[in-house]
Design a protein around this ligand. Structure first.
Ligand code: ASP
Length: 448
C-alpha cells in the first residue's frame, strides 16, 4: 500500500473542503445579487465571474463528482453481492440476514417517525402560522404493497442495472450467487473472477474518495452561493424541530439499539461514520454515498462481507429514518397550518405509510418530499402543503441523508454481530481502514 503524502487524514481534508466550500459559497452569495450583478463595486469582478464560477466550474465539477460516485453503485452492489452470496456455506443464512435486516430497518423507521410525530405534537411547529403559497405540488400515486413486492423481481436484469433499480439488482445478484455456490468448480472459477473485479472496483471507490475534498468543496460552494435562506425565518420552528429529532434519533436511538443488541461502544460507531456522513451530507444521496458506506462498514467497522454487501444496498434503498422523521414533523406541521385535526388512527396511518413508502424508492436528493405527498394523501391533507416547506428542504435533506446512512450502518453492525460477522478488533481499532483509503494518485503501486 502506498504511503500517504498528506499531512491530514482524508476525513479532515473532506471536512476542510466542506467548510471552505460553505464559506466560499456564502461569500459569493453576499457579493452578488439575484441577477448575478455585483452588490459592491469595490470588487473588480466582471459581471460574468459569478456565472463562470458557480454555474460553470462549481456546477460542472460537482455533477462530475456525483456521477463518478453513482457510476460505481451498480457494479459494486452486483459484484460484491455475488461474492458475498456465493461464499455463503449455509443458504439459510441469507434468509436470516434478510429477515433481520428488513425487521430492523422497519423497526428503526417506525421509531423515527413515531418520535417525529410525538415531538411535533408537543412543540406544534405549525400553530398560529399564516403561510400562503402559490407553488403547486402534484402527488404521485403510492404503489400497492403487492406491486412493490412484484417489482422486486426483474424481467430483464440488464435493464434493472441500466435503470439502477437496486431491489431488482439485489434479487438477481443473490440468485446468481446462490447458483454459483451450487455448481462446484465452475462456480469457484467464477467466484475468483468476481473477487478480482471486486478488488478493482473497491480501489476505484478509494480513488474517488481521495478526490472528495475537491468534490465536496464545489458542491458546497455551489449550494451556498445559490441557496435562498429567506424562508428559514418563517419556518424556523419546523426547521429546528426536524434537526432536533434527527439529532435525537442519531445520538440516542442508534446508540441505545447498538448497545442493547450488541454491547458495542456507540462512540466508536460515530467516530468511524464521520467520513461517510460528510459524503451523505454533501451529496444528499444515500445511493451515491453507498460505495463509501460499504467501505466504512467493511474496513472501519469490521462488518463481514456478506452482511455488508447484502444489508447496506438494501438499507440505502429501503431504510430512510431521517426521511421518515422529516415526513412525521412535516405532516404535523402541515396539518396545523391548515387547521386540520388528525386523529390517532391518522397518525398510525402516517407511521405505516411513511415506513412503507420508503421501500423501493431510491435514495436520491429530494425523494423524501415525493414520498411525503403519498403520506399526506393517505390522511387527506392538502398535498400543496409541501410547497410550504420546499424552501428549507435542501438543508434538511443533507442532514437527514447523513442520518439515513448512519441507520444503515447501525443495522449492519447489529446484524453482523448477531451472525458472528463482526470483527471487533477492526471495530475498536481507531486506525482501521485509514491506510486502505489513502491512495497515492500520482504513482501506481504495483504491490498494493
Ligand atoms: N436524500 C435522501 C437520501 O438519499 C432521501 C430524501 O430524504 O429525500 O437518503
Amino acid at each position: 500500500m502506498s504511503q500517504s503524502s498528506h499531512k491530514y487524514s482524508l476525513t479532515t481534508r473532506i471536512f476542510i473542503g466542506m467548510v471552505v466550500g460553505i464559506i466560499t459559497g456564502a461569500i459569493l452569495q453576499a457579493l452578488f445579487d439575484d441577477s448575478g450583478d455585483l452588490r459592491f463595486t469595490i470588487f473588480s469582478f466582471e459581471l460574468s465571474t459569478y456565472n463562470i464560477l458557480v454555474e460553470g466550474i462549481f456546477s460542472t465539477v460537482g455533477q462530475i463528482f456525483i456521477a463518478s460516485l453513482k457510476m460505481l453503485v451498480v457494479p459494486l452492489v452486483f459484484v460484491s453481492l455475488v461474492c458475498g452470496t456465493s461464499s455463503l456455506t449455509e443458504p439459510s443464512k441469507l434468509g436470516r440476514l434478510g429477515i433481520k435486516s428488513v425487521g430492523l430497518y422497519i423497526l428503526t423507521t417506525a421509531i423515527a417517525v413515531t418520535l417525529a410525530i410525538s415531538l411535533g405534537l408537543m412543540v406544534s411547529p405549525g400553530e398560529n402560522l399564516n403561510l400562503s403559497t402559490e407553488a403547486e405540488f402534484t402527488a404521485k400515486q403510492a404503489p400497492s404493497f403487492s406491486q412493490v413486492i412484484v417489482n422486486m423481481f426483474p424481467t430483464n436484469p440488464i435493464n434493472s442495472m441500466a435503470e439502477g433499480n437496486m431491489l431488482q439488482i439485489i434479487v438477481f445478484a443473490v440468485l446468481f450467487g446462490i447458483a454459483m455456490a451450487m455448481v462446484g468448480d465452475a462456480g469457484k472459477r467464477l467466484a475468483s473472477f468476481f473477487e478480482d473485479i471486486n478488488t478493482v472496483i473497491l480501489r476505484l471507490v478509494t480513488i474517488i474518495m481521495n478526490l472528495a475534498p475537491y468534490g465536496v468543496f464545489v458542491l458546497m460552494a455551489k449550494l451556498f452561493a445559490t441557496i435562498g435562506l429567506e424562508t428559514i425565518a418563517s419556518l424556523a420552528k419546523y426547521f429546528v424541530l426536524v434537526l432536533a429529532v434527527l439529532a435525537i434519533h442519531a445520538f440516542v436511538t442508534y446508540p441505545v439499539l447498538l448497545k442493547v443488541f450488541t454491547g458495542l461502544n456507540p462512540l466508536m460507531l460515530f467516530k468511524k461514520m464521520r467520513e461517510a456522513a460528510l459524503f451523505a451530507f454533501s451529496t444528499s444521496s444515500s445511493s451515491a454515498t453507498l460505495p463509501v458506506t460499504m467501505e466504512t462498514a467493511r474496513n472501519k467497522l469490521g462488518v463481514g462481507k456478506s452482511v455488508t454487501s447484502f444489508s447496506l444496498p438494501l438499507g440505502a434503498t429501503i431504510n430512510m429514518d431521517g426521511t421518515a422523521i422529516m415526513q412525521g414533523v412535516a405532516t404535523v406541521f402541515i396539518a396545523q397550518v391548515y387547521g386540520v385535526d388528525l386523529a390517532l388512527n391518522d397518525y398510525v396511518m402516517v407511521v405505516l405509510t411513511a415506513t412503507l413508502a420508503s421501500i423501493g424508492t431510491a435514495g436520491v436528493p429530494g425523494v423524501g418530499l415525493i414520498m411525503l405527498a403519498m403520506v399526506l394523501q393517505q390522511v387527506n391533507l392538502p398535498v400543496e402543503g409541501i410547497a410550504l416547506i420546499i424552501g428549507v428542504d435542501r438543508l434538511l435533506d443533507m442532514t437527514r441523508t447523513a442520518v439515513n446512512i448512519t441507520g444503515d450502518c447501525t443495522v449492519a453492525c447489529i446484524v453482523g454481530k448477531s451472525e458472528g460477522e463482526l470483527d471487533e478488533t477492526i471495530f475498536y481499532d481507531p486506525n482501521a481502514g485509514i491506510a486502505e483509503e489513502e491512495v497515492d494518485l500520482k504513482h501506481f503501486d504495483q504491490n498494493s
